[in-house]
Design a protein around this ligand. Sequence first.
Ligand SMILES: [Zn+2]
Length: 291
Amino acid sequence: MIYELKNTMPDWLEPSLVRLWYALRPLVRRIFRSDSHFCPVCESRVWFFLPHKWSNRHLRVVCPVCFSHTRHRQAWLFLKQRTDLFDASPKQLLHFASETMLVEKFRTITGLDYLSTDLDSPHAMAHMDITSMDFPEDSFDAIYCSHVLEHVPDDRKAMSEMFRVLRPGGWAVVQVPVSDSTTHEDPSITDPRERLRLFGQCDHVRVHGLDIVERLETAGFAVQTVKGFDLASTSRTKKSSPVARGLQQLLYPCARNEPINNASFNVASGGFDASHACYGESRFMVESPSC
Ligand SMILES: [Zn+2]
């Protein structure tokens, strides 16, 4: 539903509509108010989440207040619980794809020098190719790169570039749609319908498998695999609960140069209270296909 609306909207109109929606958020939050679902990004308790695609409308993943998806909510929990992003020390963060609901959160973090970049998004502060960045090496302390690499023809080069522009001791959080087999890609497939059929979306050039960890390690990173479920820390959160079902996507925290336990990640879970939270249904496999 949100996906179809966005795809019919001209690019120049989207930033204005997003600003209008955000201005209306107090009203939206009041209309949707309930204790059944919780969004940690905008800290709203809402009645239900919205479907992303009408063709898959049983899969309700979008927060009606801030438009975050499951992956955004998981990433935000991870950043808050397990990184040094909020310790107020001076840091430079590079954000690829500049998801609007996270941009406004990043901008409010004390001590953070924030830069968003994208190939052509009207929301980004800079336009740049992730496989050939104009930054010198050792430019950033942290990188957030979510659902970008599955669009990039040479994802290995993109990983190497992220490693190059990170300072020693820096870290990146990477998210991609992941299947439970090995990465499937074929550069000769350029037809959008074939990409949709094989890779899950008409502008995807591959579907990553669990071997994405090896690709990131080849670029030089020390990599962890974090299940969204691991971010919900209360004893009331069981694997069979709706909370757990909504947290099965994966995150890949990547540290530069140093062993992972010496990097900035806190391996222990934080204290987020998920007892009232439901992050919405999501899937371990690629998201539903639709062009
Ligand atoms: Zn939200």
